[in-house]
Design a binder for this molecule. Structure first.
Ligand SMILES: C[S@@+](CC[C@H](N)C(=O)[O-])C[C@H]1O[C@@H](n2cnc3c(N)ncnc32)[C@H](O)[C@@H]1O
Length: 300
């Protein structure tokens, strides 16, 4: 099977119907009301799961594990990616970059940016005004900083910052686009993280998210599970010396919501026109979601 087949490009529109009422004809459109999910994000009113099982668990269980894994494998992470995906991750990354509508005037936030793979690909392809590359783990960002120092952003200014995506320090309505590759799956309070991405996006802004997913064809899914159960821990252990980290990776992929369920999470915090495109038969998936434009009331 090729890394990218034509059928992967079938776009499924989960909900193209605006859920927001038109602005009142009695006067000027009102400023957006504080978003319910954003308000809840501030008060911590979100369920938390163990990202290895999908079952309810305190957030610290997953956060501490993920910090341990990524700080340990940071300098070997890129090699593992290249070897374990047979290069497919590059095609998926380029498709993600293509899906982000930015230009030379755009400010972009890369959430869970890790070693900067998406940040630098976006910088090279689209030359936005600025990229804020964030991650929970400073050791991952250290690798990104080295790439930046070597010129990886082709002159696009990038700042690096340790940020927990579930509680971001940025003001409301700050960014034209948010990218997140392989990040949400590792976050125990996923809905809170998505609500934060919504909050920091400018009205009319776009979230583009790439992550592993569920192949809809049973035979392909079964083959993929053999790969997840056996090959991923093998390659991960051999390349990074941290086999347990890659047993976790396989488990987290199996416990992660499928394409449709993830799209619903985006819609639940207020995103509209949520679409997705399967990559390599659904092994991975790119979701694109839009924050309603200014002047429209937002979903409660
Ligand atoms: C598989 S790596 C992906 C890195 C990068 N986006 C890429 O495409 O190569 C997942 C990243 O998510 C980060 N991460 C996990 N939980 C996070 C959180 N709550 N907030 C921010 N980053 C987080 C990890 O530290 C790790 O760098």
């Amino acid at each position: 099977m090729t890394a990218q087949s034509a059928s992967d490009y079938i776009e499924i529109i989960t909900d193209a119907t605006p859920k927001t009422p038109a602005p009142s004809s009695d006067g000027p459109a009102e400023a957006p009301a504080p978003h319910a999910a954003g308000a809840a994000a501030a008060t911590g009113n979100f369920e938390s799961v163990d990202t290895a099982t999908g079952k309810a668990a305190p957030a610290e269980v997953s956060s501490e594990r993920v910090k341990g894994i990524f700080s340990d494998i940071a300098t070997k992470y890129e090699r593992f990616n290249a070897v374990s995906s047979f290069g497919a991750y590059k095609i998926w990354r380029e498709n993600l970059v293509r899906a982000v509508p930015v230009d030379g005037t755009s400010d972009v936030l890369d959430v869970a940016g890790g070693t900067g793979d998406v940040t630098f690909a976006l910088a090279r392809a689209k030359h936005p005004r600025h990229i804020q590359c964030t991650d929970l783990v400073d050791e991952m960002l250290d690798v990104a900083r080295e790439h930046y120092a070597a010129g990886a952003s082709c002159g696009v200014p990038v700042d690096f910052q340790v940020v927990d995506a579930q509680n971001m320090p940025f003001p409301d309505n700050s960014f034209d686009a948010v990218t997140c590759a392989y990040g949400i799956r590792n976050m125990p309070e996923r809905k809170r993280a998505i609500a934060e991405m919504y909050r920091v996006l400018k009205p009319g802004g776009t979230l583009a998210c790439l992550d592993f997913s569920t192949p809809p064809l049973p035979a392909w899914n079964a083959l993929y599970h053999v790969y997840l159960n056996h090959m991923i821990p093998f390659w991960g252990g051999a390349i990074t010396g941290n086999r347990d980290g890659f047993v976790y990776l396989s488990k987290s992929i199996k416990a992660f919501p499928d394409q449709k369920s993830l799209a619903h999470l985006f819609e639940e915090v207020g995103f509209e026109n949520v679409t997705w495109k399967n990559q390599t038969g659904g092994i991975a998936c790119i979701h694109v979601a839009h924050k309603p434009a200014a002047g429209l009331a937002q979903k409660d």
